[in-house]
Structures are given as structure tokens and as C-alpha cells.
Design a protein around this ligand. Sequence first.
Ligand code: CUK
Ligand code: CUA
Length: 770
Amino acid sequence: MNKRAQRLTTLATGVVLGLGAAGAAWSEDTLKDVMDRRGLTEKDLLAAAKTYVPTGGRDEFVVFASGGQSGQVIVYGIPSMRLLKYIGVFTPEPWQGYGFDDESKAVLEQGRTRGKDLVYGDTHHPAMSETDGAYDAKFVFINDKANPRIAVIDLHDFETKQIVVNPFFKSAHGGAFVTPNTEYVMEAAQYAAPLLEDGFVPLEEFNDKYRGGLTYWSFNKEKGRIDPENSFTLELGPYSQDLSDAGKKDSYGWGFTNSFCTERYVGGIERGRPPFEAGCSSKDTDYLHVTNWKKAEELVKAGKVKKEKGMYFIPLEQAIAEGLLYLVPEPKSPHGVDVTPDGKYIIVAGKLDSHVSVYSVEKIMKAIEEGNFEGKDPYGVPIIPMQDALHTQVNLGLGPLHTQFDSKPCVAYTSLYVDSQVAKYDYCEGKVLDKLSIHYNIGHLMTMEGDTINPQGKYLVALNKLSIDRHQPVGPLHPQNHQLIDISGDKMQLIYDMPLPLGEPHYAAAIRAELLQPAVRYKSGWNSRTDEQHPNRTRAGRETTERTCDADGKCTTRVMGTVIRSHITPEIIEAEVGDQVHLHLTNLERAQDQVHGFALYGQNVNLSIEPGKTASFSFVADEEGVFPYYCTEFCSALHLEMQGYLLVRPKGYQATEVSMVEGTLYSQADYDTQVKTNLETQAVIDQVVAYITARNFQDFPTAVALVEDATDQLGFAQESKKKSEDAAAKADWQNAMLWANQWWQYQVKAADLGLRAKNLLDEEGATVNK
Ligand code: CUK
Ligand code: CUA
């Protein structure tokens, strides 16, 4: 047996005997030694033990955090706080090919605003889709505050599928929040602006012409897409609508949106006026907006709502007349509004008030039924007396912002921005239970599934705005700081700091990891952004490059190619200057994580082609030249050889009849040696195949996928074998040797896949067939 085949056999034997993992070398240190050396206390060790996930282990919860100005979503695990992914949403993300392949460019293009391509978003509030008020692990929505948009991420593959642009607003903060069955995704405007006109309206006409608003985006769960056709927007007063939350259980059918700057103050330092901050915080109360989306939906369905700018639009007068909108005073420049898990209370945190105000849904509904109003706002919206709506107020400290809930009944946590603390309290009784100082100014906080009907308790994350001196300094711009807090006991305990180096996350949502079931691969030839079979998919052996020209002499070169370990087909693409080039590459792999990338010199392209995916790239070959391309993922031992050339010929170029001069020449002896290796390799493969097929591998979908890929590779090996034998029959030793080597390449990949399948079966405890 020669060396190459021997190595493979050793590998196979190693796997059979399970030698790989045994005998990991630990240093001689005791726990005490390490504690002394690193200056750790017992408390530190306890915290470490609570967060540490051993190698190969998994986290209990998965967090989807807004990526702030990065326009992305950050995914990490709890309790380890290890980063798992950045999902490209409003911003191109090259690793995932997001914004680089034609399919995802089409998603980003949906987010064009005023005809402009935007390449970032200011993401604030991710919302997980819900069924009956609990996370169903299907979708995540997130807003862009700067450009009023909502994006839809599908948790089947963690990809952004859709971006919708609000036709009315000029900013949108109070989104995304979902209704209990994801019937709608709420998005409230922030800075008042003219809703129906996009042109100039002087600020002097602020009170009359500027407006706020609240959009209920209709979501089609089957299709996994927002349906703008059935969405509607409520016109609101020109207050700065801030956060929202949807009612649930007892408050199902209603939405709650708070606001600040109900003073309707317009600043203008340069006009000699005090700034916005003074004029927008001079009153003691602002307004909580109470909206009846169920009733609004009925009006829409009954054809009683008109469309403006292509979307159902409910003007203030209609909302008032139909009883869709009420106001409740709330103190003072409020920020967060959060509905309790039972839907009975609404907790409002006023930035400039040391209390949280706990409103009773029952009392609000009673006031509405009885017509108990203390007056109307300047636009005629009825105002419910604050005292008649309040359940209680709890004095927590300075700068209350956001609230989340515990699995324990009546227990809530509110962030205190100015005090840099988390307050734990009983909102039923109105009692403070505990306070914990964090580092430093906290914005949102998040408990596990803490905005659903069944919060999971256990952990809380403080999403801090300023990390100041907590982490290694990296210049004037510091990382953000997420702090993990153990809330399982009576006293909160701070157990971990995680610097976040990507934008300022605002809100986040954590879901039990076990609920997530993402895909391992796509159906072969899949457009992952539309979730349909790709019209330009290709199968193995069907790859084509076609050049067509129309009557005006405009030419198109279209490549329908494939990628599989370890080659791109085609390896040579020829086009002519001026051609429109379309590249469509399908990944033929099925094995888990067997992704290939694609980069092409000078064309700003980087594709990520996961198993089954078809990704495309289009460009105009505007200059003649030589453009190497290659796979950008280290996908196999011969990854660096996964390469090719795009040749852009000058116009009218005539190829001369010069045949390729070979770099190396091979003899019959080379061929014979190679064939010997191949036959020995085949013997190893046969062993592995026998091992797998003797077991119930069919019961393990991952193993089945690996076996399918291996079978493909063996099929290709057979084709190459045939070609090498044909060449040998003609004594063409050059081609005989090269095809024999290709035959071996396919065998190696088949063996690698087979060993992975075998390994997996051992780990899963597969049983021998009877
Ligand atoms: S906001 Cu940033 S900390 Cu947009 Cu929810 Cu409060
Ligand atoms: Cu495919 Cu590297």
C-alpha cells in the first residue's frame, strides 16, 4: 500500500477506534493554583461555572439583539454570551453574500427610500414572531428608526427575506412589536412630519400639517412575508410617538404606544429659541395612545377605509369617530411601555419621573365603555383621566426606561438609565424587591422570553450604552457592554460582561434554543431570498456557458455553473468586452456546513453558496482582461485549487490554433502508480461503506445527506475512471494520468464524507442492522 492510501487507512482506523478525542492533556494546575495565579475569588468561580459552556456544548437560550447603527442583527448564546452570527439586514454583509449576490440585492432594493439605495439602518427593536402570545421560533422582525422600514428574517435559515418601507413616516422608532398571533407588526413614527406630502411644509405649520402615526403591518404567516396590501396606518397627533407594545390575553386586540413632546414644541436654537430638549420636557405628562387594532381591521375588511399612497390610511377624525384611539396621560417624557404577561397591566417608564406607572387594562376599558373622559386633545382625541386608569405607581429611581418580566408572578425588572441600575419589583403590590448596580448606563434590559405570556426567568441581560472603563480600550469609540445577570434567586447577581463590537444594540429578544430548528441545507437549486426553486439552477453535468447577441449587437454571456469539492464548473469563462455577464452557481453539496464562496477579481463580488443554494452575480464586462476567480471558504484540502479564469476578450478577437503547452508531462509509470493508489483507496472506501450500510444510517438525516454526497462523489469518480481508461487505451498517458488523479480526488472526497458519516453514527449510537 502506498503512502497516500496508507494515510487514509490510518484515518479510518483512528475513527473506528475513537482515538481522536482520547487523552486530552490537562496541565498539572489545581483549581487553587489557577485562582491564586489569576486572582480569582470563589464568587468569580461560581459566576464562571454559571456561564461556562464546555467545548462542544450548547447554550440554553439564543439572543437576537439589534445591531444598532450596523443595520444588522447580532445572534449570541446565553449563558455563555458567545457570538454566533451577525445577520445582514439593512446593511450589506459580504461573508453571507448579502448585498453582493443578485438574490439578496433584490431584498435590499426593496428598502430603497426616495429612490436611493440605503446601505445601513438604525436597528432598535427585534421582535420574535408569536403564536398565542408565545414565541413560535419562526421569524424575527426589526425596525430601522432612521429610515422607517421593517425587515423580516426567517429563522428557517436566519436570512433576511423582506424589507418594507413605510410610505408615510420619516422616522420610525416604535417597532417592531408583534400582536399575539403575529397578525400585525407594529411600527410607530417618532419625529412628526407631514404624512401625505413628501414635499416642503414649513415648520410654522407644525400643529396643522405635521402628524405622528402608527402602522399595523399585516403579516402573512404562510408566506412568511409582510403584506402591505392589507396593512393600515392610523394617523396620530404630532407627538413624538415612542415605543409600543401589543395587548395580550385580557388586552388582546389593543395596542399601546407612548409619546413624548406632546408639548408639540419645535426648537430652533439658530432662531433664538430654547432647544428641543427644553421645550419637549416642560409638561408633567405626555400621552399613552390606546389603539383598537381589531376594530380597525374590521373597518378595513368592511371596505370603510381609504388608501393613500397605496396603503390603508385611517385619518384622525375617522379613528376618533370609530372609537379606535384614546389617550391616557403618562408621566413624564416616557420611554418604554410594556404589557404584563397576563395582559392585565401596562407598565410605563417615564424618563424624567422616578416612578414606573402601572396602568390597569380593566380600568382603561371601563373608562372607554363609560365614556369617562376628562377632555380631548387639540385634535379631538378623548383623554381618559390618569387617576382612573392607574393601578399603582412604584418609586424605583432615576431614569426608568424599559421593563421585562420574570417567570415569577407579578415580578418585573426596569432599567434605570441615570442610576445605572436594574430594579426588581412587584408590580401587583407596588413594592421594590431588589436593586443591582450595573456598568454603566443601561438602556433596554431583557429576560428570557420576557415579553411573552410565559417568561422563562433564569437570566437577565442589561444592554448598556456606555462601557467606559470596563473593557480594554480600543480608541475613543468603545464597545457596548451586555451584562448577564442571574435572576434565579431573590437577589440579582451580575455574572458576566460581554463587549459588543458592532453598533449600539437597543433591544434584544432571547428564546429557548430548543425551539429553534434551522435548516442544514436548501432543496437543491434554491433561491433562499424568495424561497422558491431558482430558475437558473443547474445539476451536475448540465453546466453551460451561453453567449447570445440581440439584433442591436448587445451580447449576454450566461453561465449556469456548479460548485462542489473542489472545483467550480466552469473553470474557464470567456466573454467579450461589453457583454452583460450573468453567473449562476449552484452548490451541489448536501453535507452540513459544506459551504463554498466565490470571489472574482475587480468586480466587488463575494458569494456565499450554502449546500443547495443557487447564487447569482451580474455585471457588465466593461474592460478586457484576465479575471481570476476562486472559492473563498476553506472547504477541503484542495480548496486553494478551487479556482478559475474569466477571460474578457477584446472585440473581434480571433483565437489562433495554438494548443496548450503542458506544464508537466506524465508517463505510463505515473499512470500505473496512480491507478494502484486508487485501487487501494477504493478498498478503504469499501470498508467505510460496509460499516455505514451495516447500520441504521437511514434513521439519521445528517448521515443520509453525507452518504448521498459521498455517492455523488463516487459517481464522479467512476466517470473519471472511465476517461482515464479510455485515454490509457489510446496510450495518451498525459490524459490517462490526469483523469486517474481526478478519479482519486473524487475518491478522497467520498472517503472524507463517508468518515464524517461514520463518525456521526458512532456519536449518535447507531445500531447494527439485524
Ligand atoms: S430605545 Cu434605545 S435604549 Cu430605541 Cu427602545 Cu430605549
Ligand atoms: Cu470551495 Cu473552497
